[in-house]
Ligand binder design. Structure first.
Ligand SMILES: [Mn+2]
Length: 325
């Protein structure tokens, strides 16, 4: 690929690099940053990583995670090259970094989101790739760059996270082949990585999940299921909106459920919605009715209504979508 070649040439011809990613970084974001970091370090480059948000606890097993610095630390660093990974848009690295982290030579944007903007001087955007980690793997592979153990662990974590542990439809034979190669290069046990990422759930979150499941309701035919999380539930369990991650998938997993809806009461009394579909209903279309967006099987929107009205409006809409299939 031409864009691979241009970016590899930048690696050769420049000495100082900064790396960043989106706010609230996930496994793919952090794994991709650290994989680039380890390879550039090995090439003898001056390289630093700056993120708006801290590394979540569950990713604090990744090799060299401590190297990730906060946004303010970037003020006296003027890199030749800025590498932005998995971000969708320049804004998503956070306002401070967008304003202050300016490379003297070029910005490189590496991403796999279908909505990714071409904000870089160089853009490697591959929407068919499962993850940014997969793109970085292919970038290294194309130049015969050695993927050492640290790099392999980071890329595997990105791949695993963005494919939902190889459960989503973005996971195919190629994703599995890459995963197998990474396991061989990295000499690690995949189950150990799984445990780090998914089995460090806080007790508070489990209590919130318990309360959330108590609110479960279904349409009489069992095809639409929804749960509700109120501000009172957050307060009582000492949790925040971040802890809701993954709940809607549990509802989607119920037998016969075609559309799963998770409604969250916002501090201002309005509602934030996550939607999942097993495939028959396009929940991106459903979300679009409320100015939201996403993918066919996973989407979200905000509805400026209290949760009771938001739920009835959404369920009615979902019923219409199921009828038109
Ligand atoms: Mn990603």
């Amino acid at each position: 690929m031409d864009s691979f070649h241009s970016v590899l040439t930048l690696f050769e011809q420049n000495q100082s690099f900064a790396i960043s990613t989106h706010v609230n970084p996930d496994g793919d974001a952090i794994g991709s940053e650290l994989a680039l970091f380890s390879v550039l370090k090995k090439l003898g480059k001056n390289v630093r990583i700056f993120n708006t948000d801290l590394v979540p606890k569950k990713y604090q097993f990744l090799p060299k995670w401590e190297a990730i610095e906060n946004a303010e630390a970037s003020v006296n660093f003027s890199p030749e090259i800025l590498l932005v990974v998995d971000a969708s848009s320049h804004e998503r690295i956070g306002p401070f970094l967008k304003k202050c982290l300016i490379p003297t030579h070029a910005t490189v944007n590496i991403d796999h989101h279908t909505t990714a903007e071409e904000f870089g001087d160089y853009n490697i955007i591959i929407p068919t790739a499962s993850s940014t980690a997969e793109i970085i793997y292919k970038l290294f592979e194309s130049a015969d760059i050695e993927i050492d153990e640290a790099c392999a662990v980071c890329l595997y974590t990105g791949l695993m996270f963005d494919t939902g542990c190889f459960r989503y439809s973005n996971s195919d034979s190629e994703t599995h082949r890459i995963a197998a190669n990474l396991i061989e290069c990295g000499n690690f046990a995949p189950d150990e990585i799984y445990r780090y990422v998914y089995e460090h759930v806080s007790l508070e979150k489990i209590r919130l999940l318990g309360q959330t499941l108590n609110t479960l309701e279904l349409t009489p035919d069992g095809k639409i299921a929804w749960v509700l999380i109120t501000q009172a539930m957050f307060n009582e369990t000492k949790t925040t909106f971040d802890d809701v991650e993954g709940f809607v998938n549990q509802i989607q997993a119920i037998e016969n459920v075609e559309v799963a809806i998770c409604v969250c009461e916002l501090p201002d009394g309005n509602s934030k919605i996550s939607l999942r579909s097993e495939g028959s209903v396009d929940v991106a279309e459903l979300a679009a009715e409320f100015n939201g967006g996403g993918h066919q099987r996973a989407s979200g929107c905000r509805i400026n209504l209290p949760y009771t009205s938001a739920i009835s409006t959404l369920v009615e809409s979902a019923i219409r979508h199921i009828k038109t299939i």
